[in-house]
Design a protein around this ligand. Structure first.
Ligand code: HEM
Length: 542
């Protein structure tokens, strides 16, 4: 019986390939009749020369992801890489309703996180943002942030009280980020942040999310993520779906199922606790989901989210907040380990602010007004965006204009490009944030002090889709990061607490940062599915 289902499933997948190829190659697009240059091959080796002046981002991207790209090209996908500001403005702002989230991503998110912001499109997504935007602007977070970071500080102190020690910063930043979103987002504790907790003691959610990226990357999983998951996400017979999944004889499928189950079970647990608290009249909690549940209960009928949609936000927010913030924090501390003079200057600013505040923790206004802390955070998020790309799919034949002509591999100069319906577009945040045409010749250097001066006129005039400092790090337009203020505050408070107590020095091993997905540090020679960032930590004499 199980093999019959596998056979039916494979036939459906095969039929969908054939239909795709037929649609791409045999059905004429109106754009085919328009004369004009277009890449001779949408895939092949032309990607770096054609779309990337710097080369750096795409070469690494292709090295780590190249086989997936080639396979998707063979299957008839059209892929377009770009970072031109005008083109990006069209994709994420002007014509954002045409350039939608790639179907495979929406499907993966739906399977794993339910009906939250990460997996909805169009009017449903708009409705969810309308309900959630005010919830995020309430800014009650500092006290709980300090409670969590206080535990982190204690855990570090216990480890280094007898002298400097090499500590995996990524491990600790991930645990801290999860506990921060758990406590301030859901009023839920994922991690006690005890220093002696072993991997097996961590919350199952934490272990599951860590395995999620690794299991879903690589050529082997490409067909599943691009074709089977979209099919599964829209197959609305949950019992049958579960039965099929349980009978597929594959360890990989069993692992994925376990991850989905853990993420969903955690979200259910959190959501049910909230509902119960509401019933019992405990409605004073200020975490994001409690505020959302209350706002939803009193919203007009047409604006109200369903239970599935509120529940979907729990898993979506936890996932969206965890690895992004911990990646950003790890990168900043890694750079401060390399640039000791910048670490000293930053520490001095933080210690002076603490002293001026009589040794007390800084409130929201105080911490957000520290100029050098802000400069270090901005510069790191500019040059090293935790998420390197946004992927969109054109839902109509379009023509995409460039701000200045670019050369094709055949040597022709073009100032716009034809984008047929179905083309997948990869927008490079790194390419846009470090574009020398906008940021100047030192665009690729990490220089926090650039933020202490007025930003170049060209930056302000670039019209990059943005909600943060003319950078694409948190994107712009209707799908921009809803947690960008939360993330900045969290990063600043963790840095404040750690740098006023400890000194950080680079570890002995060489580190490189992976690029597709959320960037993560890996020791050179280690498997990229096991990221880590060992650094020497010393307690300060204060
Ligand atoms: C440094 C940390 C962070 C970075 C760099 C970041 C970046 C981004 C980016 C680039 C997107 C758009 C992705 C796309 O559409 O392709 C996004 C979306 C999102 N982020 Fe963040 N994020 C961060 C932290 C957070 C935090 C802390 C939260 C929650 C508290 C959060 C919640 C979300 C949500 C829910 C979305 C989906 C928004 C939508 O589709 O309407 N993020 N983030």
């Amino acid at each position: 019986m199980a093999s019959l289902f596998v056979l039916v499933l494979s036939t459906c997948v095969f039929a969908s390939f054939v239909w795709k190829l037929f649609r791409e190659y045999l059905v004429e697009s109106p754009l085919d009749r328009i004369p004009g240059p277009r890449p001779s091959s949408w895939l092949a080796g032309n990607i770096p020369q054609f779309y990337d002046k710097t080369g750096k981002y795409y070469y690494q991207f292709l090295r780590e992801y190249g086989s997936v790209m080639r396979l998707s090209g063979l299957l008839g996908e059209r892929l377009l890489f770009l970072h031109d500001p005008k083109a990006l403005h069209h994709i994420f702002v002007k014509d954002q309703h045409i350039y939608e989230e790639a179907p495979a991503f929406i499907a993966i998110n739906k399977v794993f996180f339910g009906e939250g912001l990460l997996s909805t499109l169009g009017e449903q997504h708009k409705k969810q943002r309308k309900m959630l935007n005010p919830v995020f602007s309430t800014g009650h977070m500092p006290p709980i942030f300090y409670e969590v970071t206080g535990r982190l500080q204690k855990a570090f102190m216990n480890q280094v009280k007898n002298g400097p020690k090499e500590i995996d910063m990524l491990h600790w930043m991930s645990r801290t980020a999860l506990e921060l979103i758990g406590q301030s987002g859901m009023g839920y504790s994922f991690d006690s942040l005890k220093e002696d907790a072993q991997s097996a003691d961590l919350h199952p959610y934490s272990r599951s999310v860590k395995r999620f990226g690794g299991l879903l990357s690589g050529t082997g999983t490409f067909v599943v993520t691009s074709y089977i998951l979209p099919f599964a996400a829209n197959f609305n017979y949950p019992r049958l779906k579960r039965w099929v999944v349980e009978h597929i004889p594959s360890q990989w499928v069993r692992d994925l199922k376990e991850i989905v189950d853990t993420i969903q079970a955690t979200a259910v647990d959190i959501y049910m606790t909230k509902q119960q608290a509401m019933i019992e009249g405990d409605d004073g909690k200020k975490d994001i989901i409690s505020v959302l549940v209350r706002a939803n209960a009193s919203a007009a009928e047409e604006d109200r989210l369903s239970d599935e949609e509120v529940f979907g936000q729990v898993a979506s927010l936890t996932f969206a907040a965890m690895d992004t913030s911990s990646s950003a924090l790890s990168r900043i501390i890694c750079l401060l380990g390399e640039y000791q003079e910048i670490q000293d200057r930053l520490r001095q600013e933080l210690l002076e602010a603490k002293k001026a505040n009589h040794g007390e923790e800084l409130d929201y206004d105080q911490i957000t007004s520290l100029p050098f802390l802000d400069a270090v955070v901005r510069e790191t998020l500019r040059l090293h965006p935790p998420l390197g790309i946004a992927i969109r799919t054109a839902r109509k034949d379009m023509v995409l204009p460039f701000s200045k002509p670019i050369k094709t591999t055949t040597g022709a100069s073009i100032s716009e490009i034809i984008v047929p319906n179905g083309t997948t577009l990869f927008a490079s945040f790194y390419g846009a944030n470090a574009n020398p045409d906008i940021w100047g010749d030192d665009a690729h250097e990490w220089k926090p002090e650039r933020w202490l001066k007025p930003i170049p006129e060209k930056v302000a005039a670039s019209h990059i889709p943005t909600i943060y400092s003319n950078l694409m790090t948190f994107l712009g337009g209707s799908r921009a990061c809803i947690g960008f203020k939360f993330a900045q505050l969290e990063i600043k408070i963790v840095l404040f607490v750690l740098l006023t107590s400890f000194k950080f020095v680079s570890g002995t091993q060489k580190i490189f940062w992976t690029m597709p997905g959320i960037t993560a540090p890996v020791i050179e020679g280690d498997d990229i599915t096991h990221p880590s960032l060992p650094m020497f930590v010393t307690a300060l004499d204060t």
